[in-house]
Ligand binder design. Structure first.
Ligand SMILES: [Zn+2]
Length: 204
């Protein structure tokens, strides 16, 4: 029995069957006159239009930036509170809690932005993470001063002298090892709302 001959599908208005190959996304043929390469994968025109539309759709409009800020700051405060809770429970400062602060700031931003991604959202996320990290670090320092020094014993966590001491000596409370965690935490916050990267070229 003979297979029925399937007529070649024209991939564009100027099809070149010689160079046609299946689109890596949908499988339809696409020739050198209509395909694009995403990394090394051939992509037909329809799929490229869809990818481009998705990238445009991913960008937040201005109103989303405000809700993203609220989300990021909320996440960061939660992160700072988590850090504080761990210090309270264990009496130790655990460096990698900073990573949770970065992630909470990042996902808070993403959630607040309704899942949108952009460079501006990355900025908001990093700023929120800085806030969370400062809050966590402040609470740790205040906790240690209240519980491990006679001078500050019994003071409140919002004692103005403790706040002033923290502000004036903030760099001294951050050790070299802390910097690694802080750097990684900001990296996470930066990455979560990062726009999708697609590199497309016409080269074969
Ligand atoms: Zn396709």
């Amino acid at each position: 029995m003979q297979e029925p001959q399937v007529p070649p599908v024209a991939c564009c208005e100027n099809p070149d069957p010689q160079s046609a190959m299946p689109c890596a996304t949908c499988g339809k043929p696409t020739c050198k006159n209509c395909r694009t390469f995403s990394e090394t994968k051939p992509m037909c025109r329809e799929c490229r239009v869809q990818v481009e539309a998705k990238l445009v759709d991913e960008k937040p409009d201005a109103s989303r930036l405000a809700t993203a800020l609220v989300g990021g700051v909320t996440g960061a405060i939660l992160g700072g509170a988590l850090w504080a809770a761990i210090v309270l429970i264990t009496n130790y400062e655990v460096g990698y809690v900073a990573l949770a602060v970065g992630a909470l700031a990042g996902y808070g931003t993403l959630l607040g932005a309704g899942g949108k991604k952009s460079g501006a959202l990355q900025g908001i996320s990093v700023l929120a993470a800085v806030l969370g990290l400062v809050l966590g670090k402040y609470f740790t320092v205040a906790h240690m001063l209240i519980h491990k020094t006679e001078e500050f014993a019994g003071r409140s966590y919002l004692d103005s002298e403790i706040i002033q001491l923290f502000v004036n000596n903030v760099t001294e409370f951050v050790s070299g090892f802390d910097f690694l965690w802080l750097f990684l935490a900001l990296g996470i916050a930066f990455k979560v709302p990062a726009p999708t990267k697609v590199s497309m070229s016409r080269k074969k």
